[in-house]
Ligand binder design. Structure first.
Ligand code: AMP
Length: 581
């Protein structure tokens, strides 16, 4: 039974494994490495995942959910075709699909997974991720920070060379910047700085707002549907300018057409405030590591948003040097996590690699101010402490005859606890006594998965409370967990072939609707050809026709400059050298 690594991304997910002494990305029967993190329910009540769900979502957005990683650890509910889903249930559906793909790819049962999470994920978000894995029937003993996984992949590339790397991991919803020292066989994360809400989606919004300003449209007056359409168009153009100088953004409103030419320079101007935040994050990571920009020997880009030429340009200006394009930014994390599966399985060829990680934010408790009456944050574990770590402190009562000591736990850097994120609280009874005479020993234990446990003990009574800092919402009883798992399993899923079939037809039909004339005619012929193959029920014919039809459809889509599918998808077919019409 193999352990696989999964990069469960906001937009796309990938899986990798350590196999035959190297890292290997897992692909489905059509050769795709990427599974879009999208779930939909079709008209026949089937659950669709990945590309099939994305296609369904283009025609029926109300039946489709995406970007749910952004809401992991919250109580948000998604309603699709009359059914309710939590973000972790949607993630579990994606993980279940990846499990199936991996089992077919490796020809063995997968029971365990290592999942990468943004370094800035808090306890609730990490628990929700673990819960998603368990709901998908996967044991998840280990989670690894995404930038650390990227660093591991880079270390394997630079071998034993000594390096001070900066990993700029910019995804759909988060930015993590980490400083990594690599020497000999050691990969040491020395500092992490990040933003939990700064990602590609914010760039889309900035571009959409610039579009509104240029066209004198009031963004706030648009309906939710119009806003969603405009944001989608902004995303399409943002991605298009990775491959071409400029892209025309077009949007129809009340029957009128509006447009704007988007270039990298324009994107930089529109997102100035976001790039300023990125600069602050980079500076903080460098400062925490005690380094200057010139000490960095290598800048590594990871995450889908790092593909933007604007990001490379920004970092080149910041570091005053040219950056080389190494590897594929959106595969780095998956590759790193694949390497980590080998380390966890104690593969001989990886036995000498040692990786240390750090706590990305400070953790502390609210304490009463002694002289100024203002509560303040008492830092128990400061950011960038090496993991795992344990810190213990003694706190006494603040009032005469106090009966209960309440410990409120926060995450963040501010002096004022109210400006930090409250992640939990504990209470313990203490014997009544004069102020300062009784107290509790508070212990913070932060493990390698980035999960915090807090214990409070009173020395006189020896009473103790020990709590994992996670909101009650994620602490399911055995029965509740079993019921939710059963519910997910009872849903109707399509088989791999059926889902491929549905994806190909949906793509063909959408392109048929979007085109006219000869192109449309040839799409019609492709649909007919593919349907004939499907009706023949011959698996070989179906697969072959599927590949051919897909290639043709993708070529048409490229011509239309509609990058619905990521470049790199179906690359196996293109590499095979089969004719691209
Ligand atoms: P991730 O969470 O790492 O999957 O990153 C997803 C984000 O990457 C989304 O905001 C995408 O819009 C963005 N992205 C993916 N491909 C490109 C591209 N070619 N150019 C710009 N952004 C991209």
């Amino acid at each position: 039974m193999a352990v696989i690594g999964i990069d469960l991304g906001t937009t796309n997910s990938l899986a990798a494994v350590w196999k035959d002494e190297k890292v290997c990305l897992i692909s489905d029967a059509l050769g795709n490495f990427i599974v879009p993190s999208v779930v939909a329910v079709d008209m026949d009540e089937n659950i669709l995942v990945g590309y099939a769900a994305r296609e369904e979502g283009i025609l029926h957005p109300e039946r489709c959910a995406s970007n749910f990683k952004r809401f992991m650890g919250t109580t948000k509910i998604y309603r699709l075709a009359g059914r309710e889903f939590t973000p972790e249930e949607l993630s579990a559906i994606v993980l279940k699909k990846i499990k199936e793909i991996a089992e077919a790819f490796l020809n063995e049962e997968i029971t365990e997974v290592i999942i990468s999470v943004p370094a800035y994920f808090n306890n609730d978000q990490r628990y929700a991720t673990k819960l998603a894995a368990e709901l998908a029937g996967l044991y998840c003993e280990r989670m690894i920070n995404e930038p650390s996984a990227a660093a591991l992949a880079a270390r394997c590339e630079c071998r034993k060379e000594e390096q001070s790397m900066l990993v700029f991991d910019f995804g759909g919803g988060t930015l993590d910047v980490s400083i990594v020292d690599c020497f000999e066989n050691i990969v040491e994360i020395t500092a992490i700085a990040g933003e939990n809400h700064l990602g590609g989606a914010d760039i889309d919004e900035a571009v959409a707002l610039a579009f509104c300003v240029e066209n004198e449209i009031d963004f706030s007056a648009l309906t939710e549907k119009e806003k969603a359409e405009l944001l989608l168009e902004a995303k399409r153009c943002k991605e298009a300018i990775t491959f071409q100088e400029e892209a025309e953004m077009i949007f129809f409103l009340s029957g009128q057409q509006y447009s704007m030419i988007l270039t990298t320079e324009k994107l930089l101007t529109a997102s100035q405030a976001l790039f300023r935040k990125m600069k602050q994050t980079v500076s903080r990571a460098l400062k925490d590591a005690g380094l200057r920009s010139e000490d960095i020997t290598k800048v590594l880009l990871a995450g889908g948003s790092s593909r933007m030429p604007a990001v490379k340009l920004f970092l080149e200006r910041l570091f005053e040097r040219e950056l080389t394009n190494e590897g594929r930014p959106d595969f780095f994390i998956a590759e790193g996590i694949g390497i980590y599966t080998g380390i966890k399985e104690r593969k001989e060829e990886l036995q000498d690699i040692l990786m240390t990680d750090v706590c990305p934010f400070s953790l502390g408790i609210r304490t009463a101010g002694a002289s100024d009456e203002h509560d303040k944050m008492y830092m128990m574990i400061e950011r960038n402490n090496i993991l795992p770590c344990r810190v213990s402190e003694y706190f006494t009562t603040a009032r005469d005859f106090q009966e209960i000591i309440r410990i409120e736990v926060y995450q963040g850097e501010s002096y004022d606890p109210d400006k930090n994120l409250k992640i939990g609280e504990l209470e313990l009874e203490v014997p009544k006594a004069k102020k300062g005479k009784e107290g509790v020993q508070v212990t913070f234990t932060y493990n390698i998965n980035g999960l915090l446990e807090v214990s409070v003990v009173n020395n006189s009574t020896k009473k103790q409370v020990k709590v994992e800092m996670v909101s009650g919402y994620h602490q399911l009883s055995k029965e509740q967990f079993a019921a939710r798992k059963e519910q997910l399993e009872a849903m109707q899923y399509l088989s791999g072939e059926e889902e491929e079939h549905k994806t190909i037809l949906a793509l063909a039909e959408r392109l048929f609707e979007e085109t006219v004339g000869r192109t449309r005619q040839s799409i019609g012929i492709l649909i007919e050809y593919y349907n004939c193959a499907w009706n023949s029920k011959s698996p070989i014919r179906i697969r072959q026709a599927g590949r051919e039809v897909l290639q043709n459809l993708l070529a048409i889509e490229m011509q239309l400059k509609q990058f619905v599918f990521e470049p790199g998808m179906f690359e196996e077919q293109f590499e095979d050298g089969e004719d691209e019409k």
